[in-house]
Design a protein around this ligand. Structure first.
Ligand code: DP6
Length: 322
């Protein structure tokens, strides 16, 4: 039986950076994100008794060794939980460029988790799917529930599970993603997470996380854009400060990244409801109230160094497709 699932990537408002347990991907701090409708990964999985090994195709090609091994390890987790003994055929396709700071691993592991668990005969709750997705990729846990999502954390596997704070229709915000580069980044998030504790700033960032989480929840609950802007930019800059002061340092920004940050602050000072956040890459996610999305996207397109602008609105969680 071939089972197909779809998941959206998500943009973190409060970032996950560093693990308290790398093998289980138990995050050092809790995080909050919004699923991004319009961008998606669709993955089909079938367990086929005759197959000598797992067969994986990503965007029409067999993936590089490390990516394939990561998928096989995730299929092994599903096999261990379900008792399914066969190898799997996995076909996955995303409609956005991987490795550019749009969290492709989030939608990839969320879709894989939903498709593989159903194909293996498992019937998991949303919480269990989220925990399982998290072990594949931390941010994938947040692509399982709907809309505005919190990923809790704690010392045990059961503690680190995501749930929806509000559905996608709760607040009309948009993410105008300014693509500065389509090149894959040189240091991926998994390696970056391992470096987090080498920065003397990481402990301060983690210690202050519950306060930022509370302010972000409040901003979402009350649809308070100025508060959201303040807390999202602070959280992003704290994470990049940790990255830049790790050993070795990780500097994901390019000159155009900094130019966009300055523009956004100037536009906000002029009254436009817009704020920036940046993941592990040079692209800038410009969050705005939905009504301002067209204006922001058109201003971004005029900036030198911006190759493309994608506009996304809050999306659903991962789901099985018929
Ligand atoms: C900067 O989930 O991509 O996007 O668990 O190793 O797959 P792995 O890392 P990943 O890390 C996400 C880092 C981030 C911030 C965030 O999305 O919270």
């Amino acid at each position: 039986m071939i089972v197909t699932a779809r998941a959206h990537p998500n943009i973190a408002l409060i970032k996950y950076w560093g693990n308290r347990d790398d093998a289980l991907r138990l995050p050092a701090n809790a995080s909050i994100s919004i699923n991004l409708a319009g961008l998606e990964t669709v993955t089909s999985v079938s367990f086929e008794p005759g197959l000598p090994a797992d067969r994986i195709e990503i965007d029409g090609l067999p993936p590089a060794r490390a990516a394939a091994d990561r998928v096989v390890r995730h299929l092994d987790r599903v096999r261990a939980l379900s008792g399914q003994g066969a190898c799997a055929r996995v076909v996955s396709r995303s409609n956005f460029p991987a490795g550019t700071g749009i969290a492709s691993s989030a939608s990839a592991f969320a879709a894989l988790t939903v498709a593989a668990s159903a194909a293996s005969g498992l019937s998991l709750t949303e919480g269990d799917l989220s925990r399982l997705a998290r072990v594949g990729s931390g941010s994938a846990a947040r692509s399982i529930p709907d809309g505005f999502v919190e990923l809790a954390t704690g010392p045990h596997d059961k503690d680190a599970c995501a749930y929806s704070l509000a559905g996608p229709g709760h607040w009309d915000v948009a993410d105008c993603i300014a693509l500065v580069s389509r090149e894959a980044k040189s240091v991926g998030s998994s390696d970056g997470h391992r470096l987090a504790t080498t920065s003397p700033l990481q402990s301060a960032r983690v210690e202050d996380a519950p306060r930022r989480m509370e302010l972000c929840r409040k901003a979402i609950r009350e649809r308070d854009f100025p508060l959201l802007a303040e807390i999202v930019e602070l959280d992003c800059l704290l994470m990049h400060a940790v990255m830049m002061t790790s050993r070795p340092p990780l500097v994901y920004w390019q000159p155009a990244t900094v130019d966009i940050l300055r523009e956004i602050r100037a536009w906000r000072a002029d009254g436009l409801p817009v704020a920036f956040t940046i993941d592990a890459g040079p692209n800038v996610h410009c969050l705005c109230e939905g009504g301002a999305a067209e204006e922001i996207a058109s201003r971004l397109r005029q900036l030198p160094g911006v190759a493309q602008v994608l506009v996304c609105h809050p999306g659903e969680g991962a789901s099985l497709l018929p």
